[in-house]
Design a protein around this ligand. Structure first.
Ligand code: PLP
Length: 735
């Protein structure tokens, strides 16, 4: 069973490789070699291949590992090259020059016939593609990623004179830079080494990393007993991305403990850019079998770049006032924090789809009903990153239930593999249409017969999917690291985080960031008048029996059932799946549940819940603007209001700015007392008004273009299921 399962996982790698290879310039031996490999780590066959800069201590680590794991170790320099050539490496390098040296070194590496050994490569081995492909095929490449500064010091001390490139007078720093980028392309597992970390400690990290691989970072449902699920029964990342919700109604969580980084490891992430942070954090959370780091890197580069995000920091943190800072999450294409997840997730989704069905060509239509920001971000993400991949998106929005800017934004995106349909009705009606389509057996058979389509309800793309949580963990971590980088705090200092919360997804990202070792002191959960979460945090009672959803000026958090809360309770109760099951069954059946005792105390020790009224929201926008010149959107204003309520001034407070104010421009201008000037003005004119008022934050240029051009093709349907069904069928021919 295990080997067939692995087989299919491995096969999926190879298949995907052929696709990414052609389009995305990738070296790609990492995955190709999985073709013949069905056994796992610590098996009789596999080599553990250590790669890293000269001076990173590979040979010493190899010797220690050799003892620990009871495997022979081979040092390519000392055990292969020097005996074969009968001379010192430095002599050979002088004699041949870099180019010929690398060639000969590569040929020599390809004569190595080791199994079950610890192989310590030379620093220049990875420069030879073919040889590297050969050796990588025999095991796992472990990258000892040492800080460059430490390496330089060591090399100077050791007076090393046998580094390729050195003989031509290239400065050592340049050589190391180039090496680093070569290594970055070639590893299966990265070991983030601390400054001056001892070889003993590094080798212990290698052992731990291999153990994680062996134990398999799969996923389980929050309603499943994690102890009763053996590693090979755990669901893979690809499967959970495609499924969304678990079959038992629970949400997927990682089966293993969330990895914790040490202070020394975090310090390696302080002075690097967002993409590098994202890769290093996510590769800790993802099994390389599921998504290889070489591929993850490409996805990250395609998601977080200056073409899509208007700030080079991607999610910058800026000072607002006193101890308060804003984490600006709105610089993405659609102006809400959801872009942060939805520029990445569709790439992972498509990848998972390709892997899961190498033999058939099943295609997907994802149906989404939206009342605001989700629709735009989903459309943009899938349009940009999934066109031509057999995945299409249809978004249904209520004609009279979303803001004008949101409507213009969505309708301007219709075309290609995405389609936007306005429905004459409210959000509930849209939701009902989506549900009905999903349950419609005739439609399902028709789609299957006419192009092998699967229809996915929106839970493949909404905030409960793990694929959206992963990137959210990254930006919460990154916000903290930014404060360190900006020297507001020192690494290890505590900060508070305040988040306008609807489905509990964003704040859960902060929770996982904390679990990874980021010292968030309090997670402050800000609600609007739909304040179920406030009540829950303060009383342990989650009770929506007498509640009705209220429409507010912060519609993205108009939510009664915060779905991601299930994951939070699961972790806080130490994975008590029975308790989780009971709570959420109760919620489904009786519209309420309660937690008490130690669990409630623990929850209250971490979360603070407060809410903000409609009037207070507008007042906050005005007050904040008067005091700081900065314009908040209504969601951010909710968080700002709550942040003020609970602020004790002891530690910095990161307030999540989840949308650009221009998305809700009428409310914002109204809050500033400009209602009179707004009469009979188009949105585009309102943008002009805002321009004159402030440049903090600067205008969201994509949104501005969108409302100005207004070249939208809008399709509005009567609230009639048959019409929706027909549109789905027509759309299916286009993907
Ligand atoms: C979606 C959204 C939220 C709520 O995030 P959750 O993860 O659902 O808690 C807050 N603000 C804005 C602007 C949003 O679009």
């Amino acid at each position: 069973m295990l080997s067939t399962l692995r087989n299919s996982v491995l096969w999926r790698f190879v298949e995907a490789q052929t696709i990414t290879c052609t389009t995305l310039r990738i070296r790609g031996y990492q995955q190709q070699r999985r073709l013949n490999t069905t056994t796992r780590i610590f098996s009789e066959k596999y080599n553990i291949i250590l790669m890293g800069s000269p001076g990173s201590g590979k040979s010493t680590v190899a010797r220690i590992l050799s003892k620990k794991l009871n495997k022979p170790s081979i040092d390519i320099d000392n055990d292969v090259l020097e005996p074969m050539w009968g001379k010192k490496i430095s002599e050979k390098l002088k004699e041949k020059g870099s180019k010929a040296f690398i060639e000969e070194e590569g040929k020599a590496l390809m004569t190595v016939k080791a199994e079950n050994s610890i192989i310590s490569l030379t620093g220049s081995n990875p420069l030879h593609d073919e040889a590297m492909r050969y050796i990588a095929n025999t095991g796992y490449v472990i990258f000892l990623d040492y800080p460059a500064k430490g390496i330089l010091q060591r090399l100077h001390k050791m007076k090393i004179d046998r580094i390729v490139g050195q003989e031509m007078g290239t400065p050592l720093t340049d050589i190391l830079d180039h090496r680093q980028s070569t290594y970055e392309q070639a590893y299966d597992i990265r070991i983030l080494c601390e400054e001056d970390e001892s070889p003993e400690s590094v080798s212990e990290k290698v052992v731990q990393a291999l153990k994680v691989l062996e134990e398999d970072q799969g996923y389980v449902s929050t309603r499943q007993d994690v102890k009763s699920v053996s590693p090979h029964e755990r669901t893979t990342l690809g499967e959970i991305l495609l499924q969304g919700l678990a079959p038992d109604g629970g949400l997927y969580v990682p089966a293993l403990q969330i990895p914790i980084l040490t202070k020394g490891e975090w310090s390696r992430l302080v002075n690097v850019g967002y993409r590098d942070r994202a890769l290093r954090i996510m590769e800790k959370l993802i099994n390389p079998f599921d998504l290889h780091p070489s591929k993850l890197r490409l996805f990250i580069e395609k998601a977080y770049n200056s073409e899509l995000f208007s700030d080079e920091k991607i999610f910058p943190v800026r000072h607002l006032q006193d101890n308060q800072f804003l984490l600006e999450l709105f610089h993405g294409p659609t102006g809400s924090f959801k872009d942060g997840a939805l520029q990445l997730m569709p790439q992972m989704f498509v990848d998972a789809l390709r892997h899961s069905q190498p033999m058939n060509s099943s295609r997907y239509i994802i149906l989404v009903a939206t009342s605001g920001d989700t629709g735009g971000a989903v459309l943009d993400g899938f349009r940009r990153h999934a066109e031509g991949s057999g995945v299409g998106v249809i978004v249904l929005f209520p004609e009279d239930g979303i803001s004008e800017v949101q409507r213009l934004q969505m309708t301007s995106m219709s075309g290609g593999n995405v389609q936007v349909l306005g429905i004459e009705g409210d959000f509930d009606l849209c939701q009902a249409m989506v549900k009905r389509a999903f349950q419609d057996q005739d439609l399902a058979s028709w789609l299957a017969a006419n192009g092998n389509f699967k229809l996915r309800y929106k839970n493949a793309a909404n905030s409960i999917t793990w694929g959206r949580l992963l990137p959210q963990i990254v930006f919460q971590v990154s916000a903290y690291l930014n404060l360190v980088e900006q020297k507001v705090i020192s690494l290890g200092d505590e900060v508070d985080v305040c988040i306008p919360t609807g489905n509990f997804g964003n704040i859960l990202g902060a929770f996982y960031a904390q679990a990874m070792g980021i010292p968030f002191r309090r997670l402050i959960c800000a609600s609007n008048t739909n304040n179920t979460l406030t009540e829950f945090i303060n009383s342990g009672k989650y009770d929506i029996r007498s509640r009705q959803l209220q429409k507010t000026q912060s519609p993205a958090i108009d939510i009664l059932k915060a779905s991601n809360l299930e994951r939070f309770i699961y972790h806080m109760s130490n994975r008590d799946h029975q308790l989780v099951r009971k709570c959420f069954k109760d919620l489904e059946e009786n519209q309420c549940f309660e937690v008490t005792g130690q669990l409630l105390e623990d929850i209250q020790g971490l979360l603070v819940g407060k809410w903000c009224s409609e009037a207070e929201c507008l007042q906050t926008i005005k007050k904040c603007f008067d005091k700081t010149g900065y314009l908040l959107d209504p969601h951010t204003a909710i968080a700002k209001f709550v942040a003020d309520l609970v602020n004790d001034g002891d530690v910095p407070m990161i307030i999540n700015a989840t949308a650009h104010y221009s998305k809700f421009i009428p409310q914002v201008l109204q809050a500033l007392g400009r209602k009179k000037d707004m009469k009979e003005k188009s949105v585009s004119e309102l943008f002009e008004m805002a321009h004159k008022i402030t440049e903090a934050p600067s205008m969201h240029s994509r949104l501005e273009e969108c409302v100005k051009s207004a070249s939208t093709c809008e399709k509005v349907l009567k609230p009639n299921y048959e019409d929706v069904e027909r549109e789905i069928k027509i759309f299916s021919h286009k993907i």
